[in-house]
Design a protein around this ligand. Sequence first.
Ligand SMILES: NC(=O)c1ccc[n+]([C@@H]2O[C@H](COP(=O)([O-])OP(=O)(O)OC[C@H]3O[C@@H](n4cnc5c(N)ncnc54)[C@H](OP(=O)(O)O)[C@@H]3O)[C@@H](O)[C@H]2O)c1
Length: 336
Amino acid sequence: MKAIQLKNGFGFEELTMMKLDKPTPGPTEVLIRMRAASLNYRDLVVLSGLMPIEVKFPFIPLSDGAGEIVAIGQGVTRFQVGQRVAGNFQQRFIGGNPRPGVLEESLGGPLNGVAAEYVVLHEDGVVPIPDHLTYEEASTLPIAALTAWSMLIEYGGLQAGDTVLLQGTGGVSIFGLQFSLMAGARVIITSSSNNKLERAKALGAWQTINYSEVPDWDKAALELTGGVDHVLDVGGAATMGKSISALRTGGTVSMVGFLSGLTIPEYDVSSILHKAATVRGSQVGNRDHFEKMNRAIAHHRLHPVIDRVFPLDRIGEAFALLAEGKQYFGKIVVQI
Ligand SMILES: NC(=O)c1ccc[n+]([C@@H]2O[C@H](COP(=O)([O-])OP(=O)(O)OC[C@H]3O[C@@H](n4cnc5c(N)ncnc54)[C@H](OP(=O)(O)O)[C@@H]3O)[C@@H](O)[C@H]2O)c1
């Protein structure tokens, strides 16, 4: 089978198309013919060797993929051959809150990922995908969609009538927009591009703010609303203070991303105190939430927003687009 591997170490130049033996499922495992995989910012951090995880080489990258089950072990009870599925990013995170060690069971680092024609996974680490989605669309769900769903709907308790502030127009934020609308909330979204803000508006955003032109976007959001109910913070160091500033009293910031870094050298925490804010860190999501999310996606006939699809042998171009940062809207996908 064809697979992409990092043979000896990290770096773009190490991405190599290999011919490997097709794996065989053990008694409780399923063999998936992967059809599509999607890229996350995390994949770039793993590829650069900057993710604090231990990766063994040769290593197959990419966390998120969807395909069809083509063989099952004799003890498998959750699936049958022919079912369309996606892998759950954290393979043994089934329900409840994240527990220690959850990061060590992540596909696409430290575990081998899904950039391969055939992948074997434990049946517990797999979920069925909605019928109306293509494999390309379904491949975007495990990290980006599940993170937005978990933080807004499951842990965040988003209500109809709430206002959500989203940052930028990458994978997590565009799913955040779609799920907020599904829940009856209204959305303020920021971007560095007016063109992308137009696209977000066409998807249903209530208000848009260009964060390059309006660096005090938190004040702009306060003026529009008097304080938002929920912020999905994907910026990290450069945005966290402003995310808290944009909140209403009693509002919530979901600390999801670190696009601008993780360290705030000096930060006055009094605004968290005065606003009685909740700040909740994110570890993507569990399988129960993934299944609930898929049910909602199916009921609402929601389609993920894909910017571009590359064939597997052009995965380097897909990574280059991801590394450019701001040249895409929604998700980047590779076909397998
Ligand atoms: N903890 C978790 O559970 C979890 C799960 C998923 C993702 N993440 C993290 O969340 C972050 C976002 O992930 P993603 O996959 O959605 O990324 P992505 O698709 O690569 O998002 C890129 C977009 O983010 C926007 N952006 C970049 N820097 C920004 C800044 N300083 N302020 C506001 N917006 C900015 C830009 O939007 P415009 O071009 O519109 O300006 C850019 O196009 C990453 O750090 C990722 O590692 C964490």
